[in-house]
Design a protein around this ligand. Structure first.
Ligand code: 13P
Length: 255
């Protein structure tokens, strides 16, 4: 049985002070919620990781912590970059890799994503590996081949055990920050294809273990119908994760 996971990717939003208020507020909204049911992960910018970590621990909240990106090297002359051991020292559990904004705006390739995937596992971080098609690719009927390539190349060279532990996030690029959401049926169909790709390459046990999230304009109002699909194991939420009340409602929508 896969445990649902709902992660809030704050992108480049919130100072470390905003983050402290957010964690307190979210704790309040989820006070009566059985958190054994759903894994809740906060993915703040680097500058707020420490505040989220300490506030979560001080308040005895069960929120997981994730980073939005990282370099694949452990240290060295890479101005502006953050390494896996630095994230691990902040007690990060997760790292988002290959987000479409990293791919489109910062030219990350599948090869770079693959290097980062390997580095994440080497350092005990669980990657949330993103994939998804552009509007143009969707119109051209290339959704399945696009995600297949991204997933296959991103996971290349990883053991079955590591693949099984990976979290995949299917985020159609045309749905990110646009208010346009994939229909639950379309999201299910692409995510089922991702699971089929995993099954073909790594066998049924691995494919059944991988948690696959949907991302792209998830809101309180559409979360239940998306998360209710058989292959959708939760969400990677952007804009709607910035407000604690709405994010809590999304968490509660997980099956
Ligand atoms: P939105 O929820 O704002 O569409 O963003 C989705 C996303 O990119 C999460 O990583």
């Amino acid at each position: 049985m896969r445990k649902p996971l709902v992660a809030g990717n704050w992108k480049m939003n919130k100072t470390h002070l905003d983050a402290i208020h957010f964690v307190e507020e979210l704790g309040h909204h989820l006070a009566d919620f059985d958190q054994d049911r759903v894994e809740v992960v906060l993915v703040p910018p680097f500058t707020a990781l420490r505040s989220v970590q300490t506030t979560t621990e001080d308040r005895h909240q069960e929120f997981g912590l994730g980073a939005q990106n990282m370099h694949w090297e452990s240290d060295g002359a890479f101005t502006g970059e953050v390494s896996p051991p630095m994230l691990k020292a902040l007690r990060c559990d997760y790292v988002v890799l290959g987000h479409s904004e990293r791919r489109e705006l910062f030219f990350e390739t599948d090869e770079i994503v693959n290097r980062k995937m390997k580095a994440a596992f080497e350092h005990g971080l669980v990657p949330i590996m993103c994939c998804g098609e552009t509007d143009e690719e969707r119109e051209a009927g290339r959704t399945q081949s696009k995600v297949e390539t991204q997933v296959t190349q991103g996971l290349e060279g990883l053991s079955n055990e590591r693949v099984a532990a990976t979290v995949v996030a299917y985020e159609p690029i045309w749905a990110i920050g646009t208010g346009k959401t994939a229909t639950p049926e379309d999201a299910q169909s692409t995510i089922a294809h991702i699971r089929y790709v995993l099954r073909s390459a790594h066998g049924p046990e691995v494919a059944d273990a991988v948690r696959i999230l949907y991302g792209g304009s998830v809101k309180a109002g559409n979360a239940a119908s998306l998360f209710g699909q058989p292959d959708i194991d939760g969400g990677l939420v952007g804009g709607a994760s910035l407000e604690a009340g709405e994010f809590a409602q999304i968490v509660k929508a997980a099956p």
